[in-house]
Design a protein around this ligand. Structure first.
Ligand code: C2O
Ligand code: CU
Ligand code: CU
Length: 495
């Protein structure tokens, strides 16, 4: 949304800008004049001397308990965070397609929470809709059959207006679905397959995680200066001279990463949200927005022993609030000679293209505007509706879109009037990206498979095609978690 709309949202007409600025300076960290919009805090790189921590791998039956934990995001500075088992984040689920998982969950927090299985096609009653809260001290057993292609999914809380805080404080984990078809490709596995959840954190000097977004940070997403992988800042991983598989989740609230190798070498995208791509795609950088996953192959076979290669985020353009910095995320130290027999497959997966001619309907969603007349005069600075979909903010009771089961539709996310990036996410289904006009102007390599989250940069209009096969009430929303909590989420019901 634009600065003028922002002022309007605050309750000042255009003529009230000056008044607005002086009024606001009393309750905001920065002057409105400097706010076009706020920018991401500069990332402070760490020392890359802490070993990468690989979360415990579990299967069905393991209980999760959302609770307060102590963890050292910065070496030697333990602080209070949230986690699902031991320490920050949660274990990595590794589950076979066709199996039924049962996950007993207990809410050990002092507020409501739940679990949403992002990238798993589960029944609506198990999806962690914001209606389905588990109250403090209460338990709920999630159970569902894994009926989808192999992919990298994740799980995190979904309480309306509190998702951003709970995820930022540490509630998130990876969920891997495996299948015989994928096994047959002999992709790097075991020690050669690394689950990586990338997040940024804001920490106080003593290492305490802080979540206290200002209005400006609701505008751009809450970002921190400390980038973490699996909950630890600036880790390193020893690798051998061979191929590695990196399963990456951007689990950040608002920060995007333009993933690249410090060597400048190309790497291979083999999958994204919904599983493997039709064929490997060689890239030198990949912009990953909050909620999206990237399944990558990185070849260290030609890297000299004892050299270092960083996974980093290159600077990028297209948005004012972030992207002007290149920073390192994870250090690989190549310390061992090894050969592998891995051959890059020519094809990876069959992804049946949904045809636009099969679409029963096109729905358009304007994601670049603020709510009409939303927000606050009055005493509270807690304004809603700076981020909307078609001018609406989330209401639990309202069904915004009614869809016939098994119908195919085209959905269009129109950010042509917006000036912020919006990673749009649908629950309960995967989709295919069929076009992007404006901005980057094309479909990107990692968008050639099934997706559940697609980035619409400022100026872009993104069209997706989706077949709705699961009945029930689901949400779709922006995965910038401050935008989501601000109301940029609607309900759809398939029946
Ligand atoms: Cu990962 Cu509704 O979100
Ligand atoms: Cu989701
Ligand atoms: Cu958004």
């Amino acid at each position: 949304m634009k600065r003028n709309d922002f002022l309007k949202t605050l309750g000042f007409g255009t003529a009230g800008v000056l008044v607005g600025e002086s009024l606001l300076s009393g309750c905001m960290n920065h002057d409105m004049a400097t706010m076009d919009m706020a920018t991401a805090p500069t990332v402070v790189e760490g020392a890359f001397t802490t070993t990468l921590s690989i979360p415990e791998t579990i299967t069905s039956g393991t209980a999760l308990n959302a609770r307060s934990q102590n963890a050292a995001i910065l070496a030697g500075k333990p602080g209070q965070v949230l986690g699902y088992k031991n320490g920050i984040l949660g274990p990595v689920f590794r589950v076979q397609r066709g199996s039924t998982v049962t996950i007993p969950f207990t809410n050990g927090l002092s507020e409501e929470t739940n679990i949403h299985w992002h990238g798993l096609l589960v029944p609506a009653a198990m999806d962690g809709h914001p209606d389905q809260m588990v109250m403090p001290g209460q338990s709920f057993s999630y159970t569902f059959k894994i009926d989808q292609a192999a992919n990298t999914a994740w799980y995190h809380p979904h309480p309306h207006e509190k998702t951003g805080k709970q995820v930022f404080m540490g509630l998130a984990g990876m969920f891997i679905v495996e299948s015989p078809e994928e096994k047959a490709l002999n992709l790097p596995s075991g020690n050669y397959e690394l689950p990586l959840i990338i997040q940024d954190k804001r920490l106080s000097a003593d290492g305490t995680t802080l979540y206290e977004p200002t209005l400006e940070e609701v505008m751009i997403g809450y970002m921190g200066e400390t980038v973490t992988v699996n909950g630890v800042n600036a880790p390193f991983q020893n690798v051998a001279t061979r191929m590695y598989r990196l399963r990456i989740i951007n689990g950040s609230n608002g920060r995007m990463y333009n993933l690249a190798l410090s060597s400048g070498n190309a790497f291979t995208v083999i999958g994204s949200d919904g599983g493997l791509l039709p064929a490997p795609e060689s890239v030198t950088s990949l912009l990953l927005s909050p909620g999206e996953r990237a399944d990558l192959l990185v070849d260290f076979s030609k890297t000299a022993i004892n050299s270092e290669v960083f996974l980093q985020s290159n600077s990028f353009s297209g948005v004012n609030s972030q992207g002007n910095q290149t920073f390192k995320i994870l250090k690989f130290t190549v310390n061992k000679a090894e050969t592998d027999a891995f051959q890059m497959p020519v094809t990876l997966n069959t992804v049946t293209q949904l045809l636009t001619s099969a679409a029963a309907k096109t729905r358009t969603f304007d994601i670049g505007i603020a709510a009409d007349g939303a927000g606050g005069h009055g005493g509270s600075m807690a304004m809603k509706g700076m981020h909307t979909i078609n001018g609406k903010i989330f209401s639990s009771e309202r069904i915004d879109e009614s869809i016939n089961v098994n119908s195919t539709e085209i959905w269009e996310f129109d950010n042509t009037k917006g000036d912020e990036p919006h990673p749009m996410h649908l629950h309960g289904t995967f989709f295919q990206v069929i076009s992007r006009t404006g901005g980057r102007g094309n479909i990107l390599p990692h968008e050639k498979g099934l997706k559940d989250t697609v980035l619409a940069m400022p100026g872009e209009k993104v069209r997706i095609i989706v077949k709705f096969e699961r009945v029930g009430k689901f949400v779709f929303h922006c995965h910038n978690l401050e935008h989501e909590d601000d109301g940029m989420m609607l309900n759809f019901e398939v029946k």
